[in-house]
Write a protein that binds this ligand. Structure first.
Ligand code: SF4
Ligand code: SF4
Length: 184
């Protein structure tokens, strides 16, 4: 017994006093993802990358809202959302204490305004995402005059673009056929 006590004193404390004292985590520890609404552009890349489906995005096309939501109860702290986020809006923190008494406390949500297509009037793209892309193009050296045209093109929804593309193709068809016949 005395020998055992002596050994224990030599070894020192082998346990920690958590939860009475904060627990230090290892460098690079991946804990609760922290979300920054100001930086988020609602692009949805994190929702696509999340392997646990902890992040979801929903559209309300009647109200013109795109909703971002994370459910920490499903999160496996893999860090994929942080990796793919183009704006640094989501980062993993050292926080691992996620216990909650109500399930609702494990959600983080945000709503984003959608822009309407200027041809059909339907909501389709988050305004913040559109502005982010236009600013990126301008930074990449696109002249101001071109950015006006780019904005007009980008404010057209994919369905209208497809319809316009088909119309243009149909219009140019007789000309293309004529050229083919001329060659023949
Ligand atoms: S850390 Fe992984 S599981 Fe958690 S929200 Fe991000 S991508 Fe999803
Ligand atoms: S990837 Fe980043 S910017 Fe895009 S929706 Fe997720 S948190 Fe927001």
């Amino acid at each position: 017994m005395f020998k055992l006590l002596k050994k224990a004193l030599q070894v020192g404390e082998a346990t920690v006093e958590y939860p009475f004292k904060p627990l230090e985590v290892a460098p690079g520890f991946r804990g609760k993802p922290i979300y920054n609404f100001q930086q988020c552009i609602a692009c949805g890349a994190c929702a696509i990358a999340c392997p646990a489906n902890a992040i979801t995005m929903d559209y309300n096309l009647e109200k013109g809202i795109k909703s971002w939501k994370v459910f920490y109860g499903r999160c496996i702290f893999c860090g994929r959302c942080e990796e793919v986020c183009p704006t640094g809006a989501i980062t993993l923190s050292p926080d691992f204490e996620l216990a909650a008494t109500a399930k609702e406390d494990l959600y983080c949500k945000a709503d984003f305004r959608l822009t309407r297509c200027h041809l059909c009037g339907e909501y389709f793209v988050p305004a913040k995402e559109l502005e982010y892309i236009l600013a990126a193009l301008e930074q990449a050296g696109q002249p101001g005059s071109a950015s006006h045209i780019t904005r007009q093109v980008m404010e057209v929804c994919p369905q209208c673009k497809r319809r316009q593309g088909i119309k243009t193709a149909v219009k140019s068809l007789p000309r293309a056929v004529g050229q083919q016949q001329g060659r023949g």
